[in-house]
Design a binder for this molecule. Structure first.
Ligand code: HEM
Length: 507
């Protein structure tokens, strides 16, 4: 009995000591980091403390669940599945909405519910705002000087602020008109097909890309324009990870030549389009030259921002439009309801973005397609820039975070019949809430083009469904395959459709 009591008290004393060490270390953390910068020897000492601190944190936090890894490969094979978002979502059924995968030295943490995604990206945004650093990423992003792949630094923050305010200025001044014009062009392209069965993917890409090129440097292109074809072909080739390295280098050079040419054309115009983002960016850089951050941002940043907007803003919107028509072919009754709502509420008139609150059926369709097919299904990987935690699990610095938006949008704890296309879930009493949607990510890395995208999705869909009925081609073609092809952007497999003009159409 006496031995037992003394063992318990030794155990309690050790536990107390451990607690004191943890307390001491957590209070000294920032102090040690400060010292790390000043002297080498103290740096080594603080590195040691940091390791000890990490070790204790790791030891006191439960270990992350995840599949068993293979010798040397770890969980590398998990990443080679043809539809990674579906595979990672299936793994979440087994391991929960936060689990880890090991690939070589890199630990990845996959987040598959909107609750954990928001904890990391929004609540703890400053811990997880980094991007993984890679050699190919550096080549594609002009040495990390673009927004989407650049790491979280003072330069990056200034860059994103500059582009964000330039975009906001353009959105207020001209975005609505720019999208309306492209929606009318798109309607015209569709009516030129005169009811023939066609694949609309390219028309959607041209419309989305013209919104961005008009915003960026005041230019729009015809579908057949060789300049546009060139631009799209090199942007499509630059996909990460790209196995053919020499090809990647060639396409990046080609892309940079095209953008450089555009920017120099813009600069040499006597009468510049004052609404264009390029103008606002140039002015922003000029202003910065008179501040203490003189050389922080240069023309290279304008160049890379243009690339960001073109890449971020073309395939995403186009893929989303293509998904919408594919889903509507499966549920023609939804198409009819959206059309009837528009003609009842607006009568003859075409919708404005400000009409969205009066068109709940149309908005429910947009939300449901964003839910089922978030076009950037795994967002862009984040990196922990310091030790942190998610859902009570310790997450060490440099862990790669994969926000599985697709998984969050199919979470059975949040969505009833998560795999079914049911826009009505977002209507009153339908049980679905747009608050649980995260198609644009969140926090410091929230999609930069969110407001552009939302207006595009609304106006393009409204104009198309107001004037056309989308039908399966006469020759009993099968319904579009809704599984999709997943890369950075989740696309629908190519399919043909007939666009029949409505009697009320003005095309
Ligand atoms: C349906 C349309 C779109 C969707 C669903 C979408 C979604 C996303 C997502 C999920 C991210 C990653 C967020 C993260 O890392 O956590 C992102 C990033 C980004 N998007 Fe979009 N996007 C769309 C359209 C656009 C448009 C139209 C533009 C440009 C005008 C754009 C520009 C960007 C940029 C520049 C980033 C990188 C932001 C950063 O790293 O700070 N996107 N987008």
């Amino acid at each position: 009995m006496a031995i037992e009591t003394s063992m318990i008290s030794v155990g309690a004393a050790l536990l107390l000591l451990l607690l004191l060490v943890v307390l001491f270390l957590s209070q000294r953390g920032p102090f040690m980091q400060k010292k790390y910068k000043t002297t080498k020897s103290v740096g080594a000492e603080s590195g040691l403390w940091q390791h000890l601190y990490q070790f204790l944190n790791r030891a006191s936090s439960p270990s992350l669940p995840g599949p068993t890894g293979h010798f040397l490969l770890g969980n590398m094979l998990e990443m080679t599945h043809d539809h990674l978002p579906i595979h990672l979502t299936n793994l979440a059924q087994r391991y929960g909405d936060i689990y880890r995968l090991k690939c070589g030295n890199t630990t990845m943490v996959v987040l598959s519910s909107s609750e954990v995604i928001k904890e990391a990206l929004v609540k703890k945004w400053s811990d997880f705002a980094g991007r993984p650093i890679s050699y190919t990423g550096d080549i594609v992003s002009g040495g990390g000087r673009n927004i989407s792949l650049g790491d979280y630094t003072e330069e990056w923050r200034a860059h994103r602020r500059l582009v964000h305010s330039a975009l906001q200025r353009c959105c207020q001044q001209s975005l609505h008109g720019v999208i309306e014009r492209q929606a009318i062009q798109l309607k015209k392209a569709l009516s030129d097909y005169q009811g023939r069965a066609v694949d609309l993917a390219e028309d959607f890409t041209v419309a989305a890309s013209n919104v961005i090129t008009t915003l960026a440097f005041g230019r729009e292109y015809d579908k057949s324009s060789s300049e546009l074809q060139q631009l799209h072909s090199c942007l499509n080739e630059i996909k990460l990870p790209n196995p053919v390295f020499a090809r990647l280098l060639k396409e990046v050079t080609r892309r940079d030549e095209i953008i450089r040419q555009h920017l120099s054309n813009y600069k040499s115009q006597d009468k510049k389009n004052e609404d264009a983002i390029t103008g606002a960016l140039l002015q922003g850089i000029e202003k910065q030259h008179n501040t203490e951050h003189k050389e922080l941002l240069t023309d290279v940043h304008i160049h890379m921002a243009t690339v960001d907007l073109l890449i971020g803003g073309t395939e995403t919107t186009a893929a989303w439009l293509n998904w919408t028509i594919a889903f509507l072919l499966h549920r023609p009754d939804v198409q009819t309801r959206v059309y009837e709502e528009m003609v009842t509420v607006l009568e003859e008139r075409y919708p404005k973005y400000s009409d969205r609150h009066r068109l709940p059926v149309l908005c429910s369709l947009i939300s449901e397609v964003l839910r089922l097919r978030p076009v950037a299904p795994l967002a862009v990987p984040h990196r922990a820039i310091r030790d942190s935690s998610i859902a009570g699990y310790f997450i060490p610095k440099n862990t790669v975070i994969i926000p599985n938006l697709f998984g969050a949008h199919h979470d059975p704890a949040v969505w009833s019949e998560p795999y079914s296309f049911k826009p009505e879930r977002f209507l009153e009493g339908g049980g679905g809430s747009t608050r649980a949607l995260v198609p644009f990510g969140g926090g410091a890395r929230l999609c930069l083009g969110e407001s552009v995208a939302k207006m595009e999705l609304f106006l393009f869909t409204a104009y198309l469904l107001r004037d056309f009925q989308f039908l399966l081609p006469d020759d009993e073609a099968s319904l579009p395959d809704l599984r999709g092809v997943a890369s950075v952007v989740l696309k629908v497999k190519s399919y043909k459709v007939t666009a029949r003009a409505r009697p009320t159409a003005t095309v």
